[in-house]
Design a protein around this ligand. Structure first.
Ligand code: ADP
Length: 363
């Protein structure tokens, strides 16, 4: 099969806050706005951003747990919105979800064996022997002892419960797992074990992951590519190493600068971002990040920047760093009176980026 495993096109989700006769005045939460990306087989795409930026809503839209206001989700080229009952059932085998909270996402009254074999039994009837063999196999895959199959979730540690959640997701041999803050509730050492388990499983089984996290340390460890979301939109999408080495969007830069660094000798960029994320009910005009952005120029206040391709598979939505028009951005920048004496990128770097995009000589 050619083409990406998962393709998301212009996905949008608005939540209406109430109904009534005066429908025009009903406020709307713009949770996800015009989000597009793709995921190849065996790839890990991480979606990162502050709380409330729309990450979990994207996960729920991918799993068809909520209906989109607009846009499409395609698996192997098939739009999941058009699937009828049987096809939808078959599609559900291919995409599974691992949730943040292993305490509340497992039925406390079922044994480990029942929990991990339940998804398969929704599709086919298993004999007792088959069920036990499947449970033992799945437990071994996630580094647990087969003897644990008779326990209840309350008899397991947090890490073991998350392994159980992963075993359950694996039971249907999916092509894609959506993991929503799957390690956020765990201690740091257990987090590392679970992340390494996911990496091992990916290598062995070729599973693709959409991994949602607010934790850049986790993202840097496991992502092939990273999508950065701000107020419902993707503002930057890039291969992981390139994104951390040289973020393009000022928001990405600030996020990386704000993340804790385990090694105190490691140099981080000095960019910081002031203030809180605005409300998705009444987002700022133009680029939603402009009220917090040290590089904002007039265009940022009026025009939503498109997500444009820069180079080497990188995309960014920023009038200053990734201009979509032919106006030389460093010129507009100085005309707008924005000091280039910033600890963000130098004008030469910006010009270099501009040159990469337009094939001009950097200067
Ligand atoms: P994140 O996962 O990045 O923290 P969410 O996707 O949970 O963000 O939420 C994005 C925005 O959508 C938030 O402002 C949140 O309050 C709003 N939201 C999420 N789910 C609903 C819902 N069911 N009804 C109304 N608003 C919602």
């Amino acid at each position: 099969m050619s083409g990406p495993l998962l393709k998301v096109e212009n996905l949008t989700k608005h939540y209406s806050l109430g109904t009534g006769f005066l429908k025009k005045t009903v406020p709307v939460i713009r949770a996800v706005e015009d989000v597009s990306f793709s995921v190849e087989a065996g790839e890990t795409l991480c979606i990162v951003g502050e709380s409330g930026c729309g990450k979990s809503t994207v996960a729920r839209l991918l799993m068809r747990l909520v209906e989109p206001t607009g846009g499409r989700v395609l698996i192997d080229g098939t739009d999941i919105a058009g699937l009828k009952k049987d096809a939808l059932h078959a599609w559900r085998r291919r995409m599974q979800m691992v949730f943040q909270d292993p305490y509340s996402s497992l039925n406390p009254r079922l044994t480990v064996e029942q929990i991990i074999t339940e998804p398969v039994e929704n599709f086919e009837r298993l004999s007792r022997k088959q069920r036990q063999a499947l449970a033992a196999d799945l437990l071994q895959n996630v580094g647990m002892w087969p003897e644990m199959m008779h326990r209840l979730p309350s008899e397991l540690s947090g890490g073991q419960r998350q392994r159980l959640g992963i075993a359950r997701a694996l039971s249907l041999n999916p092509s894609l797992i959506i993991a929503d803050e799957a390690v956020s509730a765990l201690d740091v050492s257990v987090q590392a074990q679970i992340l390494n388990l996911l990496l091992d499983l990916q290598q062995q089984m070729g599973i693709a992951f959409v991994f949602i996290s607010h934790d850049l340390g986790v993202v840097e460890h496991i992502a092939h590519r990273v999508a950065v979301m701000y107020l419902g939109r993707i503002v930057e999408l890039a291969p992981c190493e390139a994104l951390f080495a040289k973020p393009v969007h000022p928001y990405t830069e600030a996020l990386i600068a704000a993340a804790p660094v385990p090694d105190p000798t490691h140099l981080r960029l000095k960019a910081t971002v002031e203030g809180e994320m605005p409300s998705p009910i009444n987002p700022p005009t133009g680029c939603a990040f402009h009220p917090r952005c040290p590089l904002a120029v007039e265009r940022c206040r009026t025009e939503v920047p498109p997500l444009v391709s820069i180079a080497d598979g990188r995309l960014a939505a920023c009038h200053v760093r990734a201009p979509a028009t032919d106006i030389p951005v460093h010129l507009e920048h100085s005309l707008a009176g924005v000091s280039d004496d910033t600890e963000l990128w130098t004008p030469t770097q910006i010009a270099g980026l501009f040159a990469t995009k337009y094939g001009e000589k950097a200067g």
